[in-house]
Design a protein around this ligand. Structure first.
Ligand code: BG6
Length: 506
């Protein structure tokens, strides 16, 4: 395809998507998220012709760059992160032209006035008028930025037919009270329907497929309740430690960093009632209703276990103890692992335990949801109660897919019954890699589809459940928090949490 052909095709596809050219203003554009996630996602959309060449990316940050030097800085990082390949590298020069740099500190009103002039000028030239603000900064800067956006009258659309939206990154507060204050701060400037709280887990292909699996198939939903389901396990295991994020992580811990957001989304999608429609608010209403039914968390050892990784050697490489990581306090009692059991007090799930685990420095990176069905009557088979239960596992990463475990007879006689697997694998079935979560979420925000974004009441409902657990963990000290060697499956007491109920971690 020649360059001109490519451009024509590009305009045509971007128009088909019904997303008019828009501005994206990235606050904190020199940060890690921009170079690792946002720019690669926008670049990929551009190559797929899903982002119009008339879109404009304005990088708003403090460091002294000009347009060209910022593009060069991004180019070097993209190269370092291995984003370029033989196919896509040719599109970078054209893509880079849509990026410009806007140097300003976040608290300087002049910086917002000059931003406003750029946006207005563009509107006069009829290039584009819709604006997506991306707050990729420390949460402590959110208030300052939105106040300044308001002072420059940039919180409402530049023209009547246009739109202005703001995307914010987690954490959405540190507890219920701070989440309420943050909501108040944001909604004093933007309407709730302009606010897109991003959780990249919702952009993952298999997470979205949870809805399809449940509600586009006739075979699962009739079994999706306490009559047939014994228990559900949700696991988010990471092989890496805290890396360069020690100082930030040390103020959070696994409960706030992963359970409050990513796991609450997985839980609500797997357990919610069918929504009335697939409209954003219908889906989010169903999620909030589920979150409201979670029984207040118990912090006893049969319900909540926290752990912290200790020094170890993994594949010949020495992994420091969490407390020796950069930025982490030497006497930190912050949990890098948590296992918990929760119950949902509604008609569907009464009595079905949900077991949740997440940890850093695990032997493998693995996120999955497993639905364990009840055992069969001990009449024909299973007389000694030894047969594995049927289990449906939705694997979110790294290999996206679905696995159904059931019993078969081995060939010949005497018959032996063994578990077998039915597997569906995304990449084998559809080829290639699933799009990065940020690609999907950026497009949805531009299209005004908030289904995969977190509504304020969803955030508050999740904090209502998490806050008492966090309080419970405050009793832990550097000495008494359970330790697990980096590269192991977590602290010993986590095993008892499930085994004392006569079940096993998957
Ligand atoms: C982030 C957490 O939200 O998710 C990180 O803050 C974590 O601590 C990351 O590493 C995991 O994301 P993913 O997509 O790699 O599972």
């Amino acid at each position: 395809m020649t360059k001109d052909n490519f451009k024509d095709a590009h305009y045509a596809v971007a128009n088909q998507c019904n997303i008019k050219p828009f501005f994206i203003v990235i606050f904190g554009a020199t940060g890690d998220l921009t170079s690792r996630k946002l720019i690669p996602a926008l670049f990929s959309l551009y190559q797929q012709k899903l982002l119009s060449p008339q879109c404009r990316i304005i990088a708003f940050a403090r460091r002294p760059y000009g347009d060209e030097s910022f593009r060069d800085y991004l180019f070097e990082l993209m190269r370092e992160y291995g984003i370029f390949n033989d196919e896509n590298a040719q599109y970078w020069p054209d893509f880079a032209k849509i990026i410009s740099y806007h140097q300003s500190s976040f608290d300087d009103p002049e910086g917002y006035k000059s931003l406003a002039s750029k946006l207005h000028l563009s509107q006069q030239n009829q290039v584009c008028a819709d604006v997506l603000y991306y707050l990729s900064t420390q949460p402590s800067q959110f208030g300052t930025i939105v106040e300044n956006i308001k002072a420059a009258k940039l919180n409402h659309p530049i023209c009547s037919a246009g739109w202005n939206r703001v995307i914010i990154e987690k954490p959405f507060g540190h507890d219920l009270e701070t989440a309420k204050s943050l909501n108040a701060e944001l909604t004093s400037v933007f309407d709730e329907n302009q606010i897109y709280r991003i959780d990249h887990y919702l952009g993952k292909e298999t997470v979205q497929n949870l809805l399809v699996l449940r509600f586009a198939n006739a075979i699962f939903e009739p079994l999706w309740n306490n009559k047939y389901v014994d228990h559900i396990q949700i696991k988010v295991h990471e092989s890496l430690g805290v890396g360069t994020r020690g100082a930030l992580y040390d103020q959070q811990g696994a409960l706030k960093d992963i359970v409050q957001n990513h796991i609450m989304h997985l839980l609500s999608l797997i357990a919610m009632e069918p929504p009335n429609s697939l409209e954003a608010d219908a889906v989010r209403d169903a999620k909030v209703n589920l979150l409201k039914c979670i029984r207040k968390g118990d912090v006893g050892p049969d319900h909540l276990i926290a752990g912290q990784y200790s020094e170890s050697e993994v594949n010949g490489q020495k992994i420091p103890a969490y407390r020796d990581e950069n930025g982490v306090k030497a006497d930190s009692a912050t949990e890098t692992y948590v296992a918990l059991k929760l119950l949902i007090d509604n008609w569907r799930w009464e009595g079905v335990p949900f077991y949740i685990r997440t940890g850093k420095c695990m032997p493998a990176r693995l996120t999955e949801v497993s639905v364990y069905f009840k055992s069969i009557p001990r009449v024909l088979y299973n007389k000694a109660d030894q047969m594995a239960n049927n289990c449906l596992t939705i694997q979110v990463q790294p290999d996206e897919g679905i696995n159904l475990r059931f019993q078969v007879k081995t060939p010949g006689s005497p018959a032996k019954i063994v578990p077998a697997d039915l597997n569906f694998n995304y990449s084998e079935s559809f080829g290639g890699k699933s799009p990065d979560a940020y690609e999907r979420l950026l497009l949805d925000a531009a299209a005004g589809d908030a289904t995969l974004f977190t509504r304020s009441d969803e955030v508050l409902a999740a904090w209502r459940f998490i806050d008492p657990l966090v309080q419970g963990l405050k009793l832990l000290t550097a000495e008494n928090i359970a330790k697990y060697p980096a590269g192991s499956w977590g602290p010993e007491p986590a095993r008892d949490l499930i085994e004392n109920d006569g079940r096993k971690w998957r």
